[in-house]
Design a protein around this ligand. Sequence first.
Ligand SMILES: NC(=[NH2+])NCCC[C@H](N)C(=O)O
Length: 210
Amino acid sequence: MNSSVFLGTVAAMYTPLVLSPGPCALLVSRASMVEGRHTGMQAALGITTGAFLWSALAAAGVGVMLGQWPGVIAALQCAGGAYLGWMGVALVRSVQRPAQEVNGDGHETAPAQRAYWRGLATCMTNPQALVFFSSLFGALFTAEVSPLLRLASVLTVVGIALVGYLGQAALFAFPPLQRRYQASQRYLDGVCGVVFLLLGGRLLLQGLAA
Ligand SMILES: NC(=[NH2+])NCCC[C@H](N)C(=O)O
């Protein structure tokens, strides 16, 4: 496979992952709608850092090795499940709190900075990312792939993540969308929370059963 076909394959595989709905997309869109574009962008940067780490691991061949150590996959599934579940519980609980507190700044000392770390943690424990980078994507990097092409692949992933998630952050900071979200925040947060809880629970069960 020549280099441009290889990088085209990387892009064609990764782009649908970025565009598909999931915990990362939820995190960025919610951060942008609730706390504004700056916080949404920090979440996007955190996710991009995670995409960099995942793709670098995959390009270094660790992704495929992971698939051969079921214990590591199981541990990651448990960690990911617990993290998603914890975010789900926090969202569901926020629904019961008085409205101001949900948006309140009292304990949200550095939401933007926190959003970065949340983005990174969400990406690293994202079940979709785990499956993608440890199997499909990891399998691209056979022994013949040169180090330069591996590096270019990582940069391709980082570029797509950056454009995709910063784009989502900008889109959801659009005032009419923000207003609409804020009008039904409790309802949407409850739904997001339950989705996170279900995803997390399923992942945890998979990890424990493995
Ligand atoms: N590095 C990533 N982009 N992670 C996978 C993201 C999958 C999905 N789009 C989500 O938002 O959850």
